[in-house]
Design a protein around this ligand. Structure first.
Ligand code: NI
Length: 179
Protein backbone atom coordinates (compact mmCIF):
# COMPACT_ATOMS: atom_id res chain seq x y z
CA UNK A 1 0.00 0.00 0.00
CA UNK A 2 1.41 3.40 -0.82
CA UNK A 3 2.39 5.59 2.08
CA UNK A 4 -0.27 8.21 1.52
CA UNK A 5 -3.15 5.72 1.37
CA UNK A 6 -1.78 3.97 4.45
CA UNK A 7 -1.77 7.23 6.42
CA UNK A 8 -5.26 8.14 5.19
CA UNK A 9 -6.62 4.74 6.19
CA UNK A 10 -4.64 4.47 9.43
CA UNK A 11 -4.06 8.04 10.64
CA UNK A 12 -2.88 6.89 14.09
CA UNK A 13 -1.30 3.70 12.74
CA UNK A 14 -2.75 0.20 12.70
CA UNK A 15 -3.83 -1.38 15.95
CA UNK A 16 -0.75 -2.74 17.70
CA UNK A 17 -1.48 -5.86 19.69
CA UNK A 18 -0.64 -5.18 23.34
CA UNK A 19 1.46 -7.67 25.28
CA UNK A 20 -0.07 -6.69 28.57
CA UNK A 21 -1.51 -3.83 30.52
CA UNK A 22 -0.95 -1.71 33.59
CA UNK A 23 -3.50 0.10 35.77
CA UNK A 24 -2.34 3.34 34.13
CA UNK A 25 -2.97 2.01 30.62
CA UNK A 26 -6.41 0.73 31.62
CA UNK A 27 -7.26 4.11 33.04
CA UNK A 28 -6.14 5.78 29.82
CA UNK A 29 -8.23 3.42 27.63
CA UNK A 30 -11.33 3.87 29.79
CA UNK A 31 -10.87 7.64 29.62
CA UNK A 32 -10.79 7.45 25.83
CA UNK A 33 -14.02 5.43 25.83
CA UNK A 34 -15.58 7.95 28.19
CA UNK A 35 -14.73 10.81 25.83
CA UNK A 36 -15.45 9.19 22.48
CA UNK A 37 -19.12 10.32 22.34
CA UNK A 38 -18.16 13.97 22.82
CA UNK A 39 -15.41 13.57 20.21
CA UNK A 40 -18.14 12.41 17.82
CA UNK A 41 -20.13 15.55 18.72
CA UNK A 42 -17.12 17.62 17.68
CA UNK A 43 -16.66 15.53 14.51
CA UNK A 44 -20.13 16.36 13.18
CA UNK A 45 -20.50 19.86 14.59
CA UNK A 46 -21.84 22.32 12.00
CA UNK A 47 -21.55 19.91 9.08
CA UNK A 48 -24.29 20.13 6.46
CA UNK A 49 -25.93 17.23 4.61
CA UNK A 50 -23.50 17.45 1.71
CA UNK A 51 -20.44 17.48 3.96
CA UNK A 52 -21.76 14.42 5.84
CA UNK A 53 -21.94 12.56 2.53
CA UNK A 54 -18.25 13.20 1.81
CA UNK A 55 -15.94 10.16 2.01
CA UNK A 56 -13.15 10.57 4.57
CA UNK A 57 -10.82 9.43 1.76
CA UNK A 58 -11.34 8.54 -1.89
CA UNK A 59 -13.25 5.26 -2.01
CA UNK A 60 -13.77 5.22 1.76
CA UNK A 61 -16.84 5.53 3.94
CA UNK A 62 -18.64 8.86 4.13
CA UNK A 63 -18.57 10.78 7.41
CA UNK A 64 -22.14 9.60 7.94
CA UNK A 65 -21.12 5.96 7.46
CA UNK A 66 -18.13 6.36 9.77
CA UNK A 67 -20.28 7.76 12.60
CA UNK A 68 -22.94 5.07 12.25
CA UNK A 69 -20.20 2.43 11.99
CA UNK A 70 -18.67 3.56 15.29
CA UNK A 71 -22.09 3.10 16.94
CA UNK A 72 -22.54 -0.34 15.32
CA UNK A 73 -19.06 -1.42 16.31
CA UNK A 74 -19.26 -0.20 19.90
CA UNK A 75 -22.71 -1.76 20.35
CA UNK A 76 -21.03 -5.08 19.52
CA UNK A 77 -18.19 -4.25 21.93
CA UNK A 78 -20.63 -3.49 24.73
CA UNK A 79 -22.40 -6.81 24.22
CA UNK A 80 -19.05 -8.68 24.03
CA UNK A 81 -17.93 -7.07 27.28
CA UNK A 82 -21.08 -8.19 29.07
CA UNK A 83 -20.91 -11.68 27.57
CA UNK A 84 -17.30 -12.09 28.68
CA UNK A 85 -18.15 -10.97 32.23
CA UNK A 86 -21.14 -13.23 32.62
CA UNK A 87 -20.21 -16.41 30.72
CA UNK A 88 -17.16 -18.65 30.59
CA UNK A 89 -15.13 -17.70 27.52
CA UNK A 90 -18.19 -17.23 25.26
CA UNK A 91 -17.80 -17.39 21.49
CA UNK A 92 -18.80 -14.00 20.14
CA UNK A 93 -20.52 -13.28 16.85
CA UNK A 94 -18.43 -11.45 14.25
CA UNK A 95 -20.37 -9.28 11.83
CA UNK A 96 -19.78 -7.91 8.35
CA UNK A 97 -19.14 -4.22 9.00
CA UNK A 98 -19.10 -3.36 5.30
CA UNK A 99 -22.58 -4.79 4.77
CA UNK A 100 -23.85 -3.22 7.99
CA UNK A 101 -22.67 0.15 6.67
CA UNK A 102 -24.92 -0.25 3.62
CA UNK A 103 -28.17 -0.89 5.50
CA UNK A 104 -30.88 1.71 5.50
CA UNK A 105 -30.34 3.04 9.03
CA UNK A 106 -26.81 4.03 8.01
CA UNK A 107 -28.01 5.60 4.76
CA UNK A 108 -31.08 7.41 6.09
CA UNK A 109 -30.93 8.06 9.82
CA UNK A 110 -29.35 11.36 10.90
CA UNK A 111 -25.88 10.90 12.43
CA UNK A 112 -26.85 12.60 15.68
CA UNK A 113 -29.04 9.57 16.44
CA UNK A 114 -25.93 7.39 16.53
CA UNK A 115 -24.00 9.98 18.53
CA UNK A 116 -26.82 9.94 21.11
CA UNK A 117 -26.65 6.15 21.07
CA UNK A 118 -22.89 6.37 21.77
CA UNK A 119 -23.44 8.84 24.63
CA UNK A 120 -25.93 6.56 26.35
CA UNK A 121 -24.18 3.26 25.58
CA UNK A 122 -20.75 4.47 26.68
CA UNK A 123 -22.17 5.59 30.04
CA UNK A 124 -23.21 1.99 30.60
CA UNK A 125 -19.98 0.51 29.22
CA UNK A 126 -17.76 2.80 31.32
CA UNK A 127 -19.90 2.15 34.40
CA UNK A 128 -19.23 -1.57 34.04
CA UNK A 129 -15.51 -0.99 33.44
CA UNK A 130 -15.11 1.30 36.43
CA UNK A 131 -16.45 -1.42 38.72
CA UNK A 132 -14.22 -4.21 37.38
CA UNK A 133 -11.72 -6.03 39.60
CA UNK A 134 -8.28 -7.21 38.38
CA UNK A 135 -9.57 -10.76 37.75
CA UNK A 136 -12.45 -9.39 35.64
CA UNK A 137 -9.98 -7.79 33.23
CA UNK A 138 -8.47 -11.24 32.56
CA UNK A 139 -11.81 -12.73 31.54
CA UNK A 140 -11.98 -13.65 27.87
CA UNK A 141 -14.21 -14.26 24.91
CA UNK A 142 -13.36 -16.43 21.94
CA UNK A 143 -13.21 -14.64 18.60
CA UNK A 144 -13.90 -17.26 15.88
CA UNK A 145 -12.31 -15.18 13.10
CA UNK A 146 -9.13 -14.34 15.01
CA UNK A 147 -9.27 -17.88 16.41
CA UNK A 148 -8.09 -16.91 19.87
CA UNK A 149 -9.29 -15.97 23.33
CA UNK A 150 -9.33 -12.21 23.77
CA UNK A 151 -9.11 -10.85 27.30
CA UNK A 152 -11.37 -7.95 28.24
CA UNK A 153 -8.37 -5.69 28.89
CA UNK A 154 -7.25 -6.22 25.29
CA UNK A 155 -10.73 -5.57 23.96
CA UNK A 156 -10.64 -2.28 25.86
CA UNK A 157 -7.30 -1.37 24.26
CA UNK A 158 -8.71 -2.25 20.83
CA UNK A 159 -11.80 -0.08 21.18
CA UNK A 160 -9.81 2.81 22.60
CA UNK A 161 -7.66 2.58 19.45
CA UNK A 162 -10.83 2.28 17.34
CA UNK A 163 -12.28 5.42 18.95
CA UNK A 164 -9.23 7.49 18.09
CA UNK A 165 -8.86 5.86 14.66
CA UNK A 166 -12.29 6.94 13.39
CA UNK A 167 -12.26 10.31 15.14
CA UNK A 168 -9.05 11.09 13.25
CA UNK A 169 -10.59 9.99 9.93
CA UNK A 170 -13.20 12.70 10.29
CA UNK A 171 -11.06 15.37 11.94
CA UNK A 172 -8.30 15.08 9.33
CA UNK A 173 -10.82 15.31 6.51
CA UNK A 174 -12.26 18.47 8.10
CA UNK A 175 -8.77 19.86 8.39
CA UNK A 176 -7.95 19.12 4.75
CA UNK A 177 -11.24 20.63 3.59
CA UNK A 178 -10.97 23.64 5.86
CA UNK A 179 -14.32 22.78 7.53
NI1 NI B 1 -13.95 0.64 12.45
Amino acid sequence: MNENLESLMYPIGRYQRQDGYTPELLKEWITVLKHLPSWMDACIENLDAHQLQTPYREGGWTIQQVVHHVADSHANAYIRLKLALTEDNPTIKPYNEYRWALLNDVQDVPVNVSVTMLHTMHIRMVSVMNSMQPTDWERTYFHPEHKRDIPVWEMTAMYAWHSRHHTEHIMRLRERMGW
